[in-house]
Structure formats: C-alpha cells, structure tokens
Design a protein around this ligand. Structure first.
Ligand code: GDP
Ligand code: MG
Length: 300
C-alpha cells in the first residue's frame, strides 16, 4: 500500500522538482544562489522569504547540496512550527459547530466530506448542514458526501435564507445529539459586502441556539492559485473570525511553497492539507513532511 508520505511527496513533486533541481549545485557561487532564490520564488513562498533564505545560505557558507537542504529545512520548520496546530473538537460543545468558508471551487464541500469521513472513523457522530442554498448542485454535492460517509445532511430548501437553514440544521443536530455539525457555506466573494452580511447573519442566528457557536471557522484555500490565496485570507479575516486554514490541491501545483508565505503574513493555525479528491486525501498538517516534500528530501 502506498503510504501517506509517498502520496504527499508525489503530490508536491511539481514544486519540489524545481527546488531540488536548483539545489543540485557543484559550488555555491552567485549563479547557484540566483537559481535557488528563483526556484524558491517560483514556489510562491514569497520574495522576501526567498531572499532571506538565499542570504542565510551565503552566511552559513554552505558547501554541499545536502548542507543547503539542511539549512533550508531547519529554517522553514522553525518558521512553520507555531502555525502547525492540530484541529481539536472539544466534547463539551454538542454539537461542535464548524463553519466552512472559502471561495467557490476552493474545496469546501469536498473537505467537509473528507473530514466527516475521518471524524466518523474516530467514533464521532457527524452531521452536515447544506446552507449554500443558492445552488441546487451545492446541496446535492453535500448530500452525496453524506451518503458516502454515512451521516445525516440537513439541507435548506433551494433559495431559502442561508441563516434560516443554518438555524434549522443546528436545531436538528442538537435534537439528534450529534457531536459535530459542519456548515457548508456559499463562497461568492465577488460581492464581498453581501457575503459578509450573510456570514454575519448565519453566526448571529445560530448563536440564538448556542451563544458559543461557531466553535471553529475553517477557511479552505486552493493551493493552485498560489499567492492569490493571500488576498483571500485577508478578505475572509475581515469578514469573520477565521480560526484555522485547510490547504487543498497541493497535488499538481508548482506553487506548493504558499503555506510559508501564509505563515509569514498571517498567524492563523494551519490544520490540514489535501492532495486529492478522495476521503483519504486529507491529513493533519505536518511541518516536517511538508518541508521535506517541498525541498525534495526523503523521509525513509
Ligand atoms: N486535485 C484535487 N482536487 C480537489 C481537492 N480538493 C477539492 N478538489 C476538487 O476541487 C473541485 C471543487 O471542490 P468543492 O469541494 O466543490 O469546492 P467548494 O466550491 O469550495 O465547495 C472539485 O472538483 C473537487 O473534487 C484536492 O485536494 N485535490
Ligand atoms: Mg461547495
């Protein structure tokens, strides 16, 4: 069986192949340093960070590829350590309400399906609330995940008020003594003001039932858009209290360094990474695995 690490490493190959190619040098002269800096910038970890890493390699008088890998590995791990935080569902909150936010196509619904699958495997009672009532397809997509994973889906009517649908979903989840309720929101960032009002209303309304809800607000980001995720985080942070990040589509992107840029810019916990569309393709964010994957270092 292919292990998570093998799949993860393969997923990050587009990014790591550029980086490891640049790290293969015979002498660390200016030309080699230029190549490394360029590869790091291309991975979307940010220009400033890439320049600082170049300077660090110079300062440490690195001689070999292996030394360069080690210097970068340690520096990047240090940077990411504080943001890598496991996602915790506390048992006192019943249900523990998780509001999923992010733009359309980022991977919210898929991530909910994957998380529901993994939480159910751990023995939690999980339910899903389809409150992106604007699109019928969005409701159906969540219903499919519910069937696949085997958990109830509380869906609002098409065209219904999302806040009302959220209220009803929470009421039902409470009645059924669910441990967890995911709320799958719409992500029409084109109209930021409207979306902000919608999210605020959802939160206001569910707080009528549980004034501590939502207990987590997870922002889903698509790694393939690289640096553009930065403006999305800024926008959602302005709209609501984002408590953690999920990075999807790390498979097949050359911009896999983006998590470093996000850690540099924001200090929002990173909980999960995804490398595919199936329920097994989500994993806790591991700094060591991620940085090794990025630099093309082996784990075996
Ligand atoms: N390759 C890949 N595709 C993904 C991943 N996560 C989600 N997707 C796909 O991205 C598309 C949009 O996902 P969806 O969950 O509908 O996004 P939403 O609009 O935010 O709910 C779907 O086709 C998903 O299967 C991932 O980690 N890797
Ligand atoms: Mg969706």
């Amino acid at each position: 069986m292919v292990s998570w690490w093998q799949k993860f490493k393969k997923g990050l190959e587009k990014t790591s192949s550029q980086v490891s190619r640049a790290l293969t040098f015979t002498k660390l002269d200016d030309e080699a340093l230029d190549k490394i800096e360029e590869a790091l910038i291309l991975s979307d970890m940010g220009v400033k960070r890439s320049m600082a890493l170049r300077q660090l390699l110079e300062k440490r008088r690195v001689q070999t590829t292996q030394e360069a890998q080690q210097v970068l590995y340690q520096e990047l791990c240090k940077q990411l350590d504080s943001v890598a935080q496991p996602f915790v569902v506390t048992a006192e909150k019943k249900p523990f309400v998780i509001l999923m936010v992010g733009v359309n196509g980022a991977g919210k619904t898929t991530t909910i399906g994957k998380l529901a699958y993994q939480m159910k495997k751990k023995g939690l009672k999980v339910s899903l609330g389809a409150i992106d009532t604007f699109r019928m397809a969005a409701i159906e997509q969540l219903q499919l995940w519910g069937e696949k994973v085997g958990c109830p889906v509380y869906a609002g009517e098409q065209g219904a008020d999302p806040a009302g649908a959220a209220y009803e979903a929470l009421q039902k989840a409470r009645k059924n003594k669910e441990d967890v309720l995911f709320l799958d929101t719409a992500g029409r960032l084109q109209n930021k003001k409207e979306l902000m009002e919608e999210l605020k209303k959802i939160i206001r309304v569910i707080q009528k039932i549980d004034e501590t809800a939502p207990h987590a607000v997870l922002l889903t980001l698509d790694a393939t858009i690289g640096q553009n995720t930065i403006s999305q985080v800024a926008a959602f942070k302005e709209m609501t209290n984002v408590t953690g990040l999920v990075m999807t589509k790390l498979d097949g992107t050359a911009k896999g360094g983006i998590l470093i840029a996000l850690a540099d810019q924001f200090h929002i916990p990173i909980h999960y990474v995804c490398i595919g569309e199936s329920e097994e393709d989500l994993h806790d964010f591991s700094v060591q695995d991620y940085v090794k994957g990025l630099l093309g270092i082996d784990n075996e």
